[in-house]
Design a binder for this molecule. Structure first.
Ligand SMILES: *Cc1c(COP(=O)(O)O)cnc(C)c1O
Length: 349
C-alpha cells in the first residue's frame, strides 16, 4: 500500500505562504557563454570566483544523480548536513509549538538544532541492543510531532538499525522521518534512497564529510520527494554552496573509484583494528560497527581517554551518553595511525 502524506499540512504556515527569492544567477543557467553578465553587481575581472555560484548546483547534482541513481529533482544540497538539517527544522517545525523525536545515544546536532529553533525534543532511548524502541516512540508522538530522527548507521554506537524497524516507523509515522545516512557508504546495508518512492514521508541525509573524505568543503545532501525538496528550496539561502565547494566536490565525484578504494581500505583497517583491540586487557567490549569508527567499552573511560591524550592520541569519550557508560569512540585512521593507537593502548597500565 502506498503511503499518502499531505506535505502542505506539515509545512509551517509562513513557509507555505512564501515565494522563493529569485537571485540574479537563477535566471540564467550558466555564466561563461557569450552573454555579457551585468545583472548581479559582480566585479567583472576574472579571479576564478568573481561570479556567484550556481544556486541550484546543477552540475554537481547531475553527477550525484548518476552515482546515487536518483533524479536531480529529488536532491537538495547544503553547507554540510548541518545546514540541511537546520533547513528541515525551519521548514516544518513551528517554534514553541511543534516537537521532534530523537533516539539517544545519537548524533548531538539534532538536539542542538532543536534548541536553536526552539523546538521541543522528545528523547526516546534506544533499546539495550541499540535499536529504536518503537512502542515508546509512538507513545511520545502527538499531532505536533513533525520529525523523527533516525541515524543509521548510528553515531556513536556504529550499528545500523534493522530494516524492519525503520520500515515500521515510516509506516506508522504521520509526520516526517529523517534518516541520517552519514555513514551509509561504510555500511553493509543499502541506502534507503531506493525506497523514497514508497515513503513520501522519508527524508534521507548524506554527506561528503566521511566516506568521501571532504569534511573541509562542507557539503551535505538531502534526498526526498519532489514536494519536500521544493519546500526546502524555498527557504535555503540562494548561494548556500559556494563555488570552490561545488568544484572540489565535482572533481572528487569524477574519481569515484578512488573514493571506493579508500572506503575498502578503511573497512579492512576496521577489521584489523577490531581484532587487535581484543588483546587490550582493559577493553571489555567491542561493539559491532557498520561505520568508520568503533565504540569500545573500557574499565574507566575518563582515565583511558586522558592516558591516550597524554600519548598524543585524541579519541572521543562517550561515557556521558545514555547506554554508553565507560565507552570510547575510535575513528579508523590510516594503517600507521591505527598501529600507533594499538601500541599505545597496549602500553597503558
Ligand atoms: C559526521 C556526521 C554528519 C556530518 O555532518 P556534516 O555537517 O555533513 O559534516 C551527519 N550526521 C552524523 C550522524 C554524523 O556523524
Amino acid at each position: 500500500m502506498e503511503k499518502i502524506i499531505d506535505i502542505n499540512k506539515l509545512v509551517r504556515p509562513n513557509v507555505l505562504a512564501l515565494k522563493a527569492y529569485s537571485s540574479a544567477r537563477d535566471e540564467y543557467t550558466s555564466v561563461g557563454s557569450k552573454m555579457i553578465f551585468l545583472d548581479a553587481n559582480e566585479n567583472p575581472n576574472e579571479t576564478g570566483v568573481n561570479r556567484y555560484p550556481d544556486p541550484q548546483q546543477r552540475k554537481l547534482k547531475a553527477k550525484l544523480s548518476e552515482i546515487k541513481n536518483i533524479p536531480t529533482k529529488n536532491i537538495l544540497l547544503g553547507n554540510g548536513s548541518d545546514e540541511v538539517l537546520d533547513l528541515i527544522y525551519r521548514a516544518f517545525c513551528e517554534p514553541g509549538l511543534d516537537n521532534i523525536i530523537t533516539l539517544p545515544p545519537t548524533y548531538g546536532m539534532y538536539n542542538v538544532l532543536a534548541g536553536i529553533n526552539n523546538v521541543e525534543s522528545r528523547e526516546v532511548l534506544l533499546t539495550e541492543d541499540f535499536e529504536p524502541n518503537i512502542e515508546e516512540i509512538f507513545k511520545n508522538v502527538d499531532s505536533n510531532t513533525k520529525l523523527i530522527f533516525l541515524c543509521s548507521p548510528n553515531n556513536p554506537t556504529g550499528n545500523s538499525f534493522s530494516r524492519d524497524n525503520i520500515a515500521e516507523i515510516l509506516e506508522k509515522s504521520e509526520g516526517l522521518v529523517v534518516l541520517d545516512e552519514a555513514y551509509i557508504d561504510f555500511s553493509e546495508q543499502v541506502s534507503w534512497i531506493e525506497e523514497l518512492d514508497k515513503y513520501p514521508n522519508l527524508i534521507i541525509t548524506q554527506t561528503l564529510s566521511k566516506a568521501y573524505g571532504m569534511a573541509g568543503i562542507r557539503l551535505g545532501i538531502c534526498y526526498a520527494s519532489e514536494e519536500i525538496i521544493a519546500v526546502l528550496n524555498k527557504i535555503k539561502p540562494p548561494y548556500n554552496v559556494n563555488e570552490l565547494t561545488q568544484n572540489r566536490a565535482q572533481y572528487r565525484l569524477q574519481n569515484i573509484s578512488e573514493v571506493n578504494s579508500e572506503i575498502a581500505d578503511i573497512l579492512s583497517q576496521r577489521e584489523v583494528l577490531s581484532k587487535a583491540l581484543l588483546e587490550v586487557i582493559f577493553i571489555e567490549k567491542i561493539y559491532r560497527s557498520d561505520a568508520n569508527f568503533v565504540l569500545v567499552k573500557v574499565d574507566d573511560a575518563l582515565k583511558r581517554y586522558d592516558q591516550l591524550l597524554n600519548k598524543g592520541v585524541v579519541i572521543r569519550n562517550r561515557t556521558n551518553q545514555p547506554l554508553c557508560e565507560n565507552t570510547l569512540r575510535l575513528t579508523i585512521g590510516t594503517k600507521e595511525e591505527n598501529l600507533k593507537l594499538i601500541e599505545v593502548l597496549k602500553s597503558l597500565d
